[in-house]
Design a protein around this ligand. Structure first.
Ligand SMILES: Nc1nc2c(c(=O)[nH]1)N[C@H]1C(S)=C(S)[C@@H](COP(=O)(O)OP(=O)(O)OC[C@H]3O[C@@H](n4cnc5c(=O)[nH]c(N)nc54)[C@H](O)[C@@H]3O)O[C@H]1N2
Ligand SMILES: Nc1nc2c(c(=O)[nH]1)N[C@H]1C(S)=C(S)[C@@H](COP(=O)(O)OP(=O)(O)OC[C@H]3O[C@@H](n4cnc5c(=O)[nH]c(N)nc54)[C@H](O)[C@@H]3O)O[C@H]1N2
Ligand code: SF4
Ligand SMILES: [Mo]
Length: 673
């Protein structure tokens, strides 16, 4: 028999990728003898167009890899040793339930801190039985702020999170501005639409301290100093207002607060803003002119903008531009950013109200573990997250995790850097072994995720494990026991009716307004008065008047460290597969000034910590800025410290977000003297 493609697998299962990525790809997964042998894109989600990223094509290596957690385990060695003895699920969950009860009796429920973030970003794997458990038990609450909090706060206040422009409508734009986003890595399915728009004659502007792949193809690249987007946007506002290019009619009819914004923008002449942002004044004014005169004009606001002390205000100023310049109301005009809240999902299935307990900002995890004392955190329950490497101020987080009197549970798919510090580890299923719904926050789709193979080892899905704990703690009736499919059906019933029906019939749903909404034609602001709030009063309290600008000469740490998404990982997921030592990217001027060269071992440091890694010298980053990927595992550097060791736990101006791109460092040769 000839060997053909068909002999390599038994069948193909259609599912979706729920990972924390905007694209939400539909997948065709090939299975052979009960094992995943190949992952490809399918066409169920039109945006996927049959291809996926290289990371997820390797997902099988993660599923069956050495780091995979197969059984529940109880710590056997010293804290952090990563040594565990095997126990059954019953034993592990009884131990946890018992600890939770004892801690609540002695310290109160708030001494327990659940810590979770995106994980597999599905609807079923978070905010279901987990939320029920922690709410009913009365634990501390977590402010999930490590990503998107400033952007979310800004868009909520300004537009009530109006539905953004769909990826495939980018082709209609005449001008596309990619502002603090790198879709060539972080959401690859947007790129072909940007290219197609360019082919049809659109201009492309990229605003990024790095020369990203799209910046290379752009008509204009403003390599701004990190954290200065606010003044760039305000300079555009000033121009629009003062040169008579503002859409006064739209401002009068559809917005509030235009006068305050005009006032705020007044000091920001091109000259002033160009100086602060470290860009060419002529380029800045060309950008303003291009934006004012192009239609449809579209701004894609990424997450690179928000991760600094001016981040929330920067997002506000950027998102105000289409309103002031009158860019709405046409296909391909307006703005694109996270569509996370577009589905109007109320999560009634949690079945418990939020208690009034203490709120812990996850960006302050290190402080919470080492300083909070009313009550102290005595039990940390980590799931859907890898805080040892993803949360600011790594050394403080690790110091907290090392506390002998802290009981740490880590529920994960692999032995992460956080799991190594656990007292109990619990093995979780991956999205290829469980049910879920994948909600795109870039591609506007909601899709069924279904098990492609049986769970590996004893891995179990979140929804069942937290349900089991609810029953062990008498927080729900034993008769309410459901398996994950029953939970999925319950969730399906609670979704808006048309969404539920589409999912049942086609396994994919589109937004109630359709997949191609035009802003201010099909979708409008969800603010209380239906208007765009250009200067949201509810945020004023938090709007820091002063702009934090980096003063190179005055600082012991003259370089700004940024940490964008890498094409190898989804934050830290898949980082276990890395074999290469991490590289810091530095501009040739900065390396020459320090006598450093390509592949040198370097020490990147500040008062919070140091990372030892290798050096890449490239003019792809602006001088004065250096870059190290986010999500590195500790084994990927030479000293076991990763990017977050250098990141301060300062909060952003709005939303209590993380200042990942606001770290100041110095770099020197790494070898010991
Ligand atoms: N491959 C891959 N894809 C991912 C992820 C991943 O880890 N890997 N993560 C997912 C997640 S969780 C998220 S939130 C998104 C993030 O996706 P993006 O929105 O693309 O965000 P980042 O990669 O953080 O940064 C984007 C760009 O902002 C630039 N930048 C940094 N600081 C500034 C600044 O102050 N101003 C401006 N204008 N630009 C700045 C960086 O150089 C970078 O090129 O990607 C998702 N997709
Ligand atoms: N230096 C730096 N650090 C950053 C950023 C940055 O810009 N710079 N940005 C950050 C951003 S954008 C984000 S979103 C955060 C992400 O922060 P985290 O959410 O902490 O990071 P992830 O790597 O996504 O970790 C998810 C973990 O959940 C596990 N998981 C996945 N699915 C499931 C499941 O179904 N059940 C269970 N129990 N576990 C599961 C995965 O195996 C993985 O270990 O990190 C932030 N960290
Ligand atoms: S990580 Fe993003 S690009 Fe990769 S398969 Fe998943 S949704 Fe698609
Ligand atoms: Mo994120």
């Amino acid at each position: 028999m000839p060997i053909t493609e068909a002999t390599r697998y038994d069948h193909i299962v259609e599912t979706a990728c729920p990972l924390d990525c905007p694209d939400s790809c539909s997948l065709a997964v090939s299975v052979n003898k009960g094992k995943v042998v190949r992952l490809d894109g399918s066409r169920r989600n039109p945006i996927t167009s049959g291809y996926i990223c290289a990371k997820v094509r390797r997902f099988g290596e993660r599923m069956y890899g050495e780091a995979r957690l197969l059984r529940p385990g109880v710590r056997r060695g010293p804290k952090g040793s990563g040594l565990f003895g095997r126990v059954t699920w019953d034993e592990a969950l009884d131990l946890i339930a018992d600890r939770m009860r004892r801690i609540r009796d002695q310290w109160g429920g708030e001494a327990i801190l659940p810590l979770s973030y995106g994980g597999s970003n599905g609807l079923l794997s978070q905010d279901t039985t987990d939320a029920r458990l922690f709410r009913r038990f009365g634990t501390s609450r977590l402010a999930r702020t490590v990503c998107a909090a400033p952007s979310g706060t800004a868009t909520q206040a300004m537009y009530g999170k109006m539905i953004p422009v769909a990826f495939d409508d980018y082709v209609h734009a005449r001008l596309i501005v990619i502002w603090g986003a790198n879709p060539s890595v972080s959401g690859i399915h947007l790129v072909p639409y940007v290219r197609e728009a360019q082919k049809r004659g659109a201009k492309l502007v990229v605003i990024d301290p790095r020369r990203t792949p799209l910046a290379r193809q752009a008509d204009l690249h403003l390599a701004v100093r990190p954290g200065t987007d606010l003044v760039v946007a305000l300079a555009l506002h000033r121009y629009l207002f003062e040169e008579g290019r503002a859409d006064e009619r739209f401002l009068a009819d559809a917005t509030e607060g235009a006068d305050r914004l005009r006032e705020r923008a007044r000091p920001w002449t091109f000259d002033h803003a160009a100086q602060v942002a470290g860009v060419d004044q002529a380029a800045l004014s060309r950008f303003a002119e291009l934006y004012a005169s192009s239609s449809p004009a579209l701004i894609r606001c990424g997450w690179g903008v928000e991760r600094n002390r001016n981040g929330g205000n920067a997002v506000l100023a950027i998102l105000g531009l289409p309103a002031v310049a009158g860019k709405f109301g046409v296909r391909g005009g307006g703005y694109g950013m996270s569509a996370s809240s577009s589905w109007n999902i109320t999560r009634s299935w949690i079945g418990a109200d939020e208690p009034g307990t203490r709120v812990v900002n996850m960006n302050h995890l290190g402080r919470a573990l080492t300083e909070y004392d009313a009550p102290p955190v005595k039990l940390l329950f980590v799931y859907n997250a890898n805080p040892a490497v993803t949360i600011p101020d790594q050394n403080r987080v690790l110091k907290g995790l090392a506390r002998e009197d802290l009981f740490t549970v880590v529920f994960d798919q692999v032995m992460t850097d956080t799991a190594a510090w656990a007292d109990i580890v619990l093995p979780a299923t991956t999205f290829l072994e469980a049910y879920d719904f994948a909600k795109g926050y870039g591609s506007l789709s909601l899709q069924l995720v279904q098990p492609v193979v049986d769970a590996i080892g004893d891995a179990r899905p979140n929804v069942e494990v937290f349900g089991d704990l609810c029953r062990r703690l008498d927080l729900e009736d034993a008769r309410d026991s459901k398996d994950e499919l029953e939970h999925l059906m319950e969730l399906l019933d609670a979704l808006p009716a048309t969404t539920g029906q589409q999912l049942r019939e086609r396994e994919i749903a589109e937004l109630p307004c359709g997949s191609h909404p035009v802003q201010f034609v099909d979708v409008f602001p969800n603010t209380p008065d239906g208007k765009v709030n250009l200067f949201p009063a509810q945020l004023e309290r938090d709007m820091i008047g002063e702009l934090y600008v980096f003063q190179p000469q005055a600082d012991r740490y003259p370089l700004t460290l940024i940490s964008p998404a890498s094409d190898r990982t989804v934050t830290s997921m898949l980082g276990e597969l890395a074999t290469r030592t991490a590289h810091l990217v530095m501009h040739p001027e900065d390396s020459a000034a320090r006598g450093l060269k390509e592949e040198d071992e370097v020490r990147v440091y500040n008062d919070r910590g140091e990372v030892r890694c290798l050096l890449t010298v490239e003019p792809t980053i602006r001088p004065g800025t250096v870059s190290l990927p986010k999500g590195l595992w500790r084994k990927s550097t030479l000293n076991g410290a990763t990017t977050t060791a250098l990141v301060p736990d300062t909060l952003t101006d709005l939303g209590g977000g993380a200042c990942f791109n606001d770290a100041r460092v110095e770099v020197e040769r790494g070898e010991e003297p």
